[in-house]
Design a protein around this ligand. Structure first.
Ligand code: TGC
Ligand code: FAD
Length: 392
């Protein structure tokens, strides 16, 4: 028995809170996921293959930079629409949602937010259409949770900068046409730069042997005296608030996306439990299985309410970093728990590639770490509650 159809659990009638446009967007992304991602994704993950055809397909679907204005090729949509897209894509696979998150929130967003008019016109339409692929370089080998300690440096050479250092764990880097890179200047201020493939001294080795996000490509960014034209500096980014501002947008998308993975696992387990007969009954008739299903749906419903409200606050410009952290942390954790519980409901079948659960579970082990770890998000929320940063 394979899951063919997807019924979104909507126990609290959250659909009533969505506009017709939101529902149409959801329908079109859902159809795309069912037709183009579901049929290939298990094989891609098993073979550790990133389906590059998705870059253009996502561009055509309009999921790159949906909140960026239409004048720059974006969708001009609100944050609920963005969240719905991320949820539907991650229902297919977290790695596919990573492709959309990085391109939209971590490459297009900083260029739109901190870039010059020339930079916006040069890069945004091509990134939106999928003609160009981008990546975001913040994490370094020795600076993950603490990006403020970064060692990557730019030095001013008069008519250009020289960039030296390296970044690790960079989604899409081996294939990216451009990288938005964060580096310190001589004064120790963090600056954003657009580094283009082909610049001398710039290389992007791939990271191999991941057990997670196997349908997504991850690598390094290595800078050996790379000459960066001054026109490639993002003029309006100064300090750690530059990259952290982008992360607010990407983490918000993950809070919705993780629910998509949770929903796919829950739906699969519910269907399986209604069909799997043991002791002459469907296993769904046993109280312990119903407990698992009821608890999973409760958590999903709470998560859905949380991201809907957060999206409304983001639309009004009222969502704080702590609110986003709370939702990212909560929803990724609930998704991991739902994946683990669903896996148990499927018994041995749960470990096979016949069902999406194990793939989602392994993917979520990255999602709980990237864009700020589970514990860092707790500390961000703690900081907002108490006014006391407990990071250091
Ligand atoms: P702190 O002193 O708190 O802040 C430094 C400056 O930044 C400002 N700020 C923010 N600005 C905008 N948005 C936010 N969310 C902000 N949070 C803080 C702050 O006001 C201050 O500004 P200024 O002007 O005074 O300088 O910084 P800290 O060094 O104590 O660090 C705080 C901490 C630990 C929370 C932060 O470093 C952090 O979030 N660490 C986690 C790192 C992280 O999330 N990395 C993610 C890398 S990208 C990624 O994983 C992509 S995965 C892609 C995929 O495949 O989907
Ligand atoms: P560390 O910072 O070394 O943390 C290790 C452990 O220590 C964690 O449990 C952490 O919570 C804990 N810890 C650290 N500091 C504290 C503290 N102050 N208090 C309590 N506990 C603490 N980065 C990018 O820049 N761009 C990308 O595109 C990108 N893509 C990624 C894709 C994948 C598949 C993965 C796995 C990672 C990606 N990352 C990317 C990197 C990601 O953001 C980092 O892995 C993450 O921020 C954590 O850094 P770290 O792995 O160095 O862990």
């Amino acid at each position: 028995m394979k899951q063919q159809q997807f019924d979104s659990p909507d126990y609290y009638a959250i659909d009533d809170l969505l506009s017709d446009e939101h529902k149409l967007i959801r329908q079109s992304v859902r159809e795309f996921v069912n037709q183009s991602i579901r049929p290939i994704i298990e094989k891609c993950a098993q073979e550790n293959h990133f389906p590059t055809e998705m870059i253009k397909a996502f561009g055509n679907l309009g999921v790159f930079g949906p909140t960026v204005p239409e004048t720059y090729g974006g969708g001009g949509l609100d944050y609920i629409a963005y969240g719905i897209m991320m949820q539907e894509i991650e229902r297919g696979d977290s790695g596919m949602r990573s492709l959309a998150s990085v391109q939209g929130s971590l490459v297009m967003y900083p260029i739109y937010q901190y870039g010059s008019e020339e930079q916006k016109k040069k890069y945004l339409p091509k990134l939106a259409s999928g003609e160009m692929l981008g990546c975001f370089g913040l994490t370094e080998p020795d600076h993950g949770s603490n990006p403020n300690g970064m060692a990557t440096k730019i030095t001013d050479q008069g008519d250009h900068f020289l960039l030296n250092g390296s970044k690790l764990w960079i989604t899409n880097s081996p294939l990216a046409d451009i990288a938005v890179v964060w580096a310190k200047n001589e004064a120790g201020r963090i600056k954003g730069l657009i580094v283009e493939r082909g610049m001398e001294g710039f290389s992007t080795p791939e990271i191999h042997n991941k057990w997670s996000l196997r349908a997504s490509i991850t690598g390094e960014l290595v800078f050996d005296n790379v000459k960066i034209p001054k026109a490639n500096l993002l003029p309006n980014a100064d300090g750690l608030s530059g990259p952290l501002g982008c992360l607010d947008s990407a983490r918000y998308g993950i809070a919705w996306g993780a629910l998509g993975a949770a929903i796919d696992c829950y739906e699969t387990a519910k269907q399986y439990s209604l069909e799997r007969i043991q002791f002459d009954k469907p296993i769904a008739s046993f109280q312990l299985v119903q407990k698992k299903l009821a608890e999973m749906l409760t958590e999903i419903t709470k998560g859905q309410l949380m991201v809907w409200r957060l999206g409304m606050l983001k639309n009004q410009g009222k969502a704080t970093t702590g609110m986003v952290s709370m939702a990212k942390r909560n929803n990724v954790e609930l998704a991991l728990n739902v994946a683990r519980t669903s896996r148990q409901i499927l018994g041995a079948m749960g470990i096979t590639g016949e069902y999406p659960i194990m793939r989602h579970m392994m993917n979520l082990e990255s999602v709980v770490t990237y864009e700020g770890t589970h514990d860092i998000h707790l500390l961000i929320t703690g900081n907002e509650i108490t006014g006391i940063p407990a990071f250091k």
